[in-house]
Design a protein around this ligand. Structure first.
Ligand code: PEP
Ligand code: MG
Length: 906
C-alpha cells in the first residue's frame, strides 16, 4: 500500500496521537490527542511533515496528485461529522488551513480561514445562519487572506501598503466610519467586490470560486511558507532544521464572529511571564482567531482577577472596567467554567503549562489548539518547581524540564532601585515580557539591525509587530508596542527570546514617516533614549541604570536539586575577587582558571608589566619583576580569600606579548622615560616583539622557559599570598598551572623552577603550604603524549580554546573572516569555539584523560575553555569522566544544571 499521508481526527476519534509530533507537527499531534481525551475539537485532518519534504523535492503538481484521494476522503469524513458539504451552497462546509511544524514557530508561517466561500456559498451561509453581516465579514476576510498568502499579494516592502487594507481604509473613509466593525453589510459586500477586482488586476486571474481549487492553493501555500524569509530566520535562531518540514492542518471552521454569544481567545494554564499558578488569557467577543494574536484590537482578560490586575495597571476604574472591559468570567460564566475545567484537564494530561486557543460559536466552546507554552526563564524555573511540589512531576522531570541556556535570562539585569526613583514614567503598557531594558528608539527592523551592529543599544518601538520585524526584535534590548495584548505577536515572540517587552501602550502616537513617537505630550525622535520595565509595563524617559538580577528561592531550590544528582563539579574562570565572589554565590566550588595576565590591564601594573617585557636583559627584567611581585601577591590574596577553603588554579603568565606593549607614540615615550632609555630603543623592542603568528608564538610556558625568573616571581606571589593568609587563619588550596605545554621536557623544566622557588620561599618564611602543580592540555601534542606528561603533572586542565584552534588549524583571532560562510553553507553546523567539537577535539580530550589516568589514576581532569559553560559540551565532559568544568561566573548555574541533566541522562 502507498504510504499514509493524511491523518484524520474528529468526534472523539483520531488516527494520530500526541507522540506523533515528528510526523504530524505539534499542532496536528495535539489536535489528535485532544480528541482522544474528550476535548471538543472541530473535526479535520493533518497532512504529514513528510509531504512537505516531498513537496520541496517533487514540486506542487506531483504532490497534489499523490494527496488527491486521501484529501478528498478526509474532507468527506469532515462533511459527515459536520453534516455539511464542501463547496455546497445550501449546507456549506468551510475550513481553515494552518501550518504546524514539529517545534512551534508562532506567526512564522501562513494560515487561511473561511476557505470554501464564493458568491453563491456566501448566500447559502446567510440563509443557514441568518447572519448576513457575519457571512460577508467572513467572506471579505477570506478573500483578503487568500489574496495575501496564496496569491502572493502581501507587500514585501515595508513602505508598501497591503492593497486590501488600502481598500478598507478607502471605503471606511467614504462611509465616514472609524472602526472595521462599524461597516454595514452593504459596505462589506462592496469590499469583497473591490477585493476581487484588485486580485484580477494584480494577478491577471479571477479569484478562484471552486472550493477544491481554493483548498489546493492553500495547502501548497502553507508548504511554501516553510521556506519564506521569516520562517528561515526563525529556524536559524531556534536551531530548527530545514528537513523537519511543516504539516498542514485542515479543520472545519467554527466561528467566533457570529455575534455577541461568540468569542475567540488565547489562554495559558499558568502565567507565561512569571510562572504564577494562575489561569489567564485574553479574548474578544465577536471576533475571529487571528484578531487576538494579530494585535489589531486590544483584547480583554478571561479571568476576573486578570481583568482587575489589568485595570489597575492601565489606570482604569472598577466601574469603567466592568462596563467596558469585563472579563469572560463575568459575562460568559458558564462557558468560562467549562473553559477552566478543560484547561485544567489539559495541563494535567500534558503535565506542563499549556498555551491554548479556543473559539466560542454561539455559546458552544471549541478548542483549536493546545501546546506546551513558551515561557520566560523565570517562569520556566517556577513552573517546573511548582509542578514538582504539586506532585504533577517528579524531581528528575523537574530538572530535565529546565533548559540550561534559558537560565541566562534569570541573570539578566533589572533596574537599579535608586535610579528608578529618579526616572520619569512616560506611560504604562502591558508587562508582556519581564526584564529591564534601556536604549535608543528605532522604528524599523532594518534600522535596529544596523544600529545594533554599530554597538548601539536600541529599543524597537512599533504600533504592533509582525513576523517581518523579527530580525530587529532579535537584536533590540527591548520592544515597545502601542497595540496588542499579552498574547500579541510582540509579547509571544519576546518572551520566547527572553527579551524585555512592553505591549499595548495605548498612549503612544507613532509617526513612522517622521520617525517620532509622542507620548502624552512628550515628543521623542529616533535615537532618543527610553527605558522599559517588562515586568511592570512602565516606560521611562531617558536612560535608567540597570543592575544584576536577584535570584528567586525557586532558583536556589532547583540548583540544590541539581547538586543531588551531579557528579561533575563546576568551577569558575575568574581573575578578580569580585568575579570570584559572584561565581561562588552562583555555586562555583573553586576556580578552574585564574588568568594572571588579565591582572595587568590597568594603571601602574601595566607599566611594570611593560617594563618587564621591554627589559633588555635579565637584570633589568628582575628589577621590573620585583615591582610586579607585590601587586601580584595582593591580587592573589584577594582571590584566595574570596575562595576561602576552595581550590584555586592559578595559571602562570600566558600573554600574547604584543598585546601588552605600547604601539602608540605617547605610550612609547612614556615607557622610554619610565625606563630611562631612548624612544628608539622602545620602538625597536616593540618591533622585535611583533610576531606573524602570535597565537603560535612566544607565549605560555615558552615564556616561562625562556625567562624562568617570571615563573619564579609568580610562584613566590602565589605561595606568598597563601602563606600570608595562613597566618590570618584563611585556608587556601593553591594549584599552579603551566600553560601551553606540548613537550614533557618543557613542563618538567617549569615544574623544577616552581618547586625550587617554593622550597626557597618556605625556608625563608619558616612555614609551608600544600600545593599542586599541573598543566593545561591545549596543544594537540600534549593530548597525544598525555601519558608522558601525566608522569610529571599532577592535574590536567583542557584549554579547549587553544585546543580547538590548533586541532582545526583555525586562528582564534581570524576565524570571523570565514566562519559565517562555513555556517551558512553548513560546512560547520556550529561554531566550534562555542560548542565543543566532540568528534575531533572531544576525542583528544577523552584520549588524553584515559592516557593520563593510566599512569596516574587519581589525575584530576577539568576543562577551562569557553566550552565549560555550554550545555552540550558540559554533558560531554560528564560522559568522558572529567572531574570538573570551569566557566565564566554567569554560566555557573547553566553548567550546574547541565551537569545534573548529564547525570540523569546516563
Ligand atoms: C584555552 O585555551 O582554552 C584557555 C582557557 O586559555 P586562553 O583562552 O587563555 O588561551
Ligand atoms: Mg589557552
Amino acid at each position: 500500500m502507498d504510504k499514509k499521508r493524511v491523518y484524520t481526527f474528529g468526534n472523539g476519534q483520531a488516527e494520530g496521537k500526541a507522540g506523533m509530533k515528528n510526523l504530524l507537527g505539534g499542532k496536528g499531534a495535539n489536535l489528535a490527542e485532544m480528541n482522544l481525551i474528550g476535548i471538543p475539537v472541530p473535526p479535520g485532518f493533518t497532512i504529514t511533515t513528510d509531504v512537505c519534504t516531498e513537496y520541496n523535492e517533487l514540486g506542487r503538481e506531483k504532490v497534489v496528485q499523490l494527496l488527491q484521494k486521501e484529501v478528498i476522503t478526509a474532507i468527506e469524513s469532515v462533511e459527515f461529522l459536520m453534516k455539511s458539504k464542501f463547496g455546497d451552497v445550501e449546507t456549506p462546509l468551510l475550513v481553515s488551513v494552518r501550518s504546524g511544524a514539529r517545534a512551534s514557530m508562532p506567526g512564522m508561517m501562513d494560515t487561511i480561514l473561511n476557505l470554501g466561500l464564493n458568491d453563491e456559498v456566501v448566500e447559502g451561509l446567510i440563509r443557514k445562519t441568518g447572519n448576513a453581516r457575519f457571512a460577508w465579514d467572513s467572506y471579505r476576510r477570506f478573500v483578503q487572506m487568500y489574496g495575501d498568502v496564496v496569491l502572493g499579494m502581501k507587500p514585501t516592502n515595508k513602505d508598501d501598503i497591503d492593497p486590501f487594507e488600502a481598500i478598507i481604509e478607502e471605503v471606511k473613509h467614504a462611509k465616514g466610519v472609524k472602526l472595521d466593525n462599524e461597516l454595514k453589510v452593504e459596505d462589506l459586500k462592496e469590499l469583497v467586490q473591490k477585493f476581487k477586482k484588485t486580485v484580477k488586476v494584480k494577478t491577471g486571474k479571477d479569484f478562484p470560486t471552486n472550493a477544491y481549487e481554493q483548498l489546493w492553493g492553500a495547502i501548497c501555500a502553507v508548504f511554501n511558507s516553510w521556506t519564506n524569509e521569516r520562517a528561515i530566520l526563525y529556524r536559524k535562531m531556534e536551531g530548527i532544521p530545514y528537513e523537519w518540514g511543516t504539516a498542514v492542518n485542515v479543520q472545519a471552521m467554527v466561528f467566533g464572529n457570529m455575534g455577541d454569544s461568540s468569542a475567540t481567545g488565547v489562554c495559558f494554564s499558568r502565567d507565561a511571564g512569571t510562572g504564577e499558578d494562575l489561569f489567564n488569557g485574553e479574548y474578544l467577543i465577536n471576533a475571529q482567531g487571528e484578531d487576538v494574536v494579530a494585535g489589531i484590537r486590544t483584547p480583554q482578560q478571561i479571568t476576573k482577577i486578570g481583568s482587575q490586575r489589568w485595570a489597575e495597571l492601565a489606570g482604569v476604574s472598577e466601574e469603567e472596567r466592568v462596563a467596558k472591559f469585563p472579563s469572560m468570567e463575568e459575562i460568559m460564566p458558564e462557558i468560562y467554567q467549562e473553559l477552566d475545567e478543560l484547561q485544567t484537564k489539559l495541563e494535567n494530561h500534558y503535565k506542563d503549562m499549556q498555551d491554548m486557543e479556543f473559539t466560542v460559536q454561539e455559546g458552544k466552546l471549541w478548542f483549536l489548539q493546545t501546546r506546551n507554552g513558551k515561557r520566560t526563564g523565570a517562569a520556566m524555573v517556577k513552573i517546573a518547581m511548582d509542578l514538582f511540589r504539586q506532585g504533577v512531576i517528579d524531581e528528575k522531570t523537574a530538572l530535565m524540564r529546565v533548559e540550561p541556556n534559558k537560565l541566562d535570562e534569570l541573570l539578566h539585569p533589572i533596574f537599579d532601585k535608586e535610579a528608578l526613583t529618579q526616572a520619569k514614567v512616560l506611560t504604562r503598557g502591558l508587562p508582556a515580557s519581564p526584564g529591564a531594558a534601556t536604549g535608543q528608539i528605532v522604528f524599523f527592523a532594518d534600522d535596529a539591525s544596523e544600529w545594533a551592529a554599530a554597538k548601539k543599544a536600541v529599543i524597537m518601538v512599533r504600533i504592533e509587530t509582525s513576523p517581518e520585524d523579527l530580525a530587529g526584535m532579535a537584536v533590540a534590548e527591548g520592544i515597545l508596542t502601542a497595540r496588542g495584548g499579552m498574547t500579541s505577536h510582540a509579547a509571544v515572540v519576546a518572551r520566547g527570546m527572553g527579551k524585555c517587552c512592553v505591549s499595548g501602550a495605548g498612549a503612544l502616537r507613532i509617526d513612522y514617516k517622521a520617525r517620532t513617537v509622542e507620548i502624552d505630550g512628550v515628543l521623542l525622535k529616533e535615537g532618543d533614549y527610553i527605558s522599559l520595565n517588562g515586568s511592570t509595563g512602565e516606560v521611562y524617559l531617558g536612560e535608567v541604570e540597570t543592575k544584576e538580577a536577584e535570584l528567586s528561592d525557586d532558583f536556589a531550590e532547583l540548583m540544590k536539586l541539581a547538586d543531588k544528582y551531579t557528579r561533575l563539579q563546576v568551577r569558575t574562570n575568574a581573575d578578580t575577587p569580585h568575579d570570584a565572589m559572584v561565581a561562588r554565590n552562583f555555586g562555583a566550588v573553586g576556580i578552574g582558571l585564574c588568568r594572571t595576565e588579565h591582572m595587568f590591564f590597568e594603571g601602574e601594573k601595566i607599566k611594570a608589566m611593560r617594563e618587564m617585557i621591554l627589559a633588555e636583559n635579565i637584570e633589568e627584567r628582575r628589577i621590573a619583576l620585583a615591582k610586579i611581585l607585590p601587586y601580584q601577591q595582593e591580587d592573589f590574596k584577594g582571590i584566595f580569600k574570596a575562595m576561602e577553603g576552595l581550590p584555586v588554579t592559578v595559571r602562570l603568565l600566558d600573554p600574547p606579548l604584543h598585546e601588552f606593549v605600547p604601539h602608540d607614540l605617547k605610550g612609547q615615550e612614556e615607557m622610554a622615560e619610565a625606563m630611562g632609555v631612548s624612544l628608539k630603543y622602545i620602538q625597536e623592542r616593540v618591533e622585535s616583539l611583533c610576531e606573524h603568528n602570535p597565537m603560535l608564538g612566544h607565549r605560555g610556558c615558552r615564556l616561562g622557559n625562556t625567562y624562568p625568573e617570571i615563573t619564579e616571581m609568580q610562584t613566590r606571589a602565589i605561595l606568598g599570598a597563601a602563606l600570608a593568609l595562613k597566618k590570618e587563619g584563611v585556608v587556601t588550596h593553591p594549584e599552579i598551572m603551566v600553560p601551553l605545554t606540548g613537550i614533557l621536557r618543557e613542563y618538567k623544566e617549569q615544574d623544577n623552577v616552581i618547586r625550587a622557588e617554593a622550597a626557597k620561599l618556605f625556608a625563608e618564611v619558616g612555614d609551608s603550604i600544600d600545593f599542586t602543580v599541573g598543566t593545561m592540555i591545549e596543544i594537540p601534542r600534549a593530548a597525544l603524549t598525555a601519558d608522558r606528561i601525566a608522569s610529571a603533572a599532577e592535574f590536567f586542565s583542557f584549554g579547549t580554546n587553544d585546543l580547538t584552534q590548533m586541532t582545526f588549524g583555525y586562528s582564534r583571532d581570524d576565524v570571523a573572516s570565514f566562519l559565517p560562510i562555513y555556517l551558512e553553507k553548513k560546512i560547520l553546523e556550529v561554531d566550534p569555539f562555542q560548542v565543543l567539537d566532540q568528534k575531533g577535539v572531544g576525542q583528544l580530550i577523552q584520549m588524553a584523560t584515559e592516557k593520563g589516568r593510566a599512569i596516574r589514576p587519581e589525575l584530576k581532569c577539568g576543562i577551562c575553555g569557553e566550552h565549560g559553560g555550554e550545555p552540550s559540551s558540559v554533558k560531554f565532559c560528564h560522559r568522558v569522566g572529567l572531574n570538573y568544568v570551569s566557566c565564566s561566573p554567569f554560566r555557573v548555574p547553566i553548567a550546574r544544571l547541565s551537569a545534573a541533566q548529564a547525570a540523569l541522562e546516563d
